[in-house]
Design a protein around this ligand. Structure first.
Ligand code: SF4
Length: 331
């Protein structure tokens, strides 16, 4: 009897794994996320989402002969007691999954760690600096690895929260692209989200039952406020309407921007050459502020950055970046 119970439990678990992996495979194939021979970096923070993504993607790559060269790419923000510990997890994943690992650090790229930045600016706006720097750091790491694409572990819950947050902030530019499964095709490296339709609870269950090695502590500098409210709100909606998350994503996909809405024009930063709708990219503006001991320079109106002639546009960009926080997100 006991043996039979154990067998049926095992069968149930196997069934869940199969369905979970098959759904991801269908999303990858249905959206033509990859081409054979491509080099693909997996944004790896050591958290559950990116760990499951690294594990599942390497399994599917073998099983279905995608023909991909996979790599792990991590960003070291320089947060003592958080990122140093989570990077140890990624280093173990490198060995466990046999995927080469590239780490890029804020200290090497920008000359500042997040610990040093927080010491200067305190715990307000720290995620603004961190989010802007991370975006570029990932692109620079991807360039070092010479990859064709970058995949991140953003799941359905994350995307639904982001849709709501962008509506609440009136951030039309982000709203129009936050539900796309692939973004940045006009930028340095396209980014894909194979977990776009995968619920967070499925990822947690998969990681737990597969006994994957992941890191679950939250960032010590996480304010987690606004996104936390959106998260709770969606949890409340899910009780009477379990498919609320997918419905919000669908609504985000179906939004259309009026042709009269003025959108930022993409160009390149005059200082570092990174993609930017301003004379200087946001990372260069923030960095200039830090180096001059004026850290608020890049937070509000970017005076002194040479952008004054584009004041209105700059204000709207600053506003949208100011509100970008990762909270407990992987990337
Ligand atoms: Fe950076 Fe995220 Fe921590 Fe904010 S919560 S400081 S964005 S790692």
């Amino acid at each position: 009897m006991e043996a039979g119970e154990a067998k049926s439990k095992k069968a149930g678990g196997e069934c869940f794994y199969e369905v979970f992996e098959e759904e991801i495979h269908q999303v990858i194939v249905g959206n033509r996320l990859f081409k054979s021979g491509e080099r693909v970096a997996i944004g790896a923070s050591g958290g559950k989402d990116s760990t499951v993504l690294a594990y599942v993607l390497s399994e599917l790559n073998r099983r279905h002969n995608y023909g991909l060269d996979l790599f792990l790419l991590s960003v070291d923000e320089g947060i003592t007691g958080y990122r140093d510990d989570s990077l140890e997890t990624v280093k173990r994943n490198e060995v466990q999954y046999g995927l080469p690992l590239q780490i890029v650090s804020y200290k090497d790229l920008y000359g500042w760690t997040m610990d040093e930045i927080v010491k200067m600016i305190g715990l307000k706006n720290n995620c603004t600096f961190c989010g802007v720097f991370r975006r570029q750091a990932l692109d620079r790491g991807a360039a070092l690895l010479k990859v064709d694409k970058l995949v991140t572990g953003h799941n359905a819950d994350d995307i639904a929260e982001t849709v709501l947050l962008n509506i609440l902030r009136g951030d039309i530019a982000r709203l129009s692209r936050c539900t796309s499964i692939t973004t940045g095709e006009d930028g340095p490296i396209p980014r894909c989200k194979p977990f776009k339709y995968t619920y967070e609870k499925e990822i947690v269950m998969y990681a737990y039952f597969k006994k994957l090695d992941y890191f679950s502590t939250e960032c010590i500098y996480s304010p987690n406020a606004y996104r936390g409210f959106a998260r709770e709100f969606i949890k409340d909606l899910e009780r009477p309407r379990p498919r609320a998350i997918l419905d919000i994503i669908k609504s985000g996909e179906d939004f259309r921007i009026a042709t009269t809405t003025k959108m930022p024009e993409q160009g390149t930063c005059e200082r570092c050459g990174y993609i930017s709708s301003q004379k200087w990219c946001k990372a260069c503006v923030l960095l200039e502020g830090l180096n001059r001991g004026l850290p608020k320079m890049g937070i509000g109106r970017p005076r002194g950055s040479g952008n004054d002639q584009k004041d209105t546009k700059a204000r709207s960009t600053a506003k949208s970046i100011e509100s970008k926080q990762c909270g407990s997100l992987d990337f």
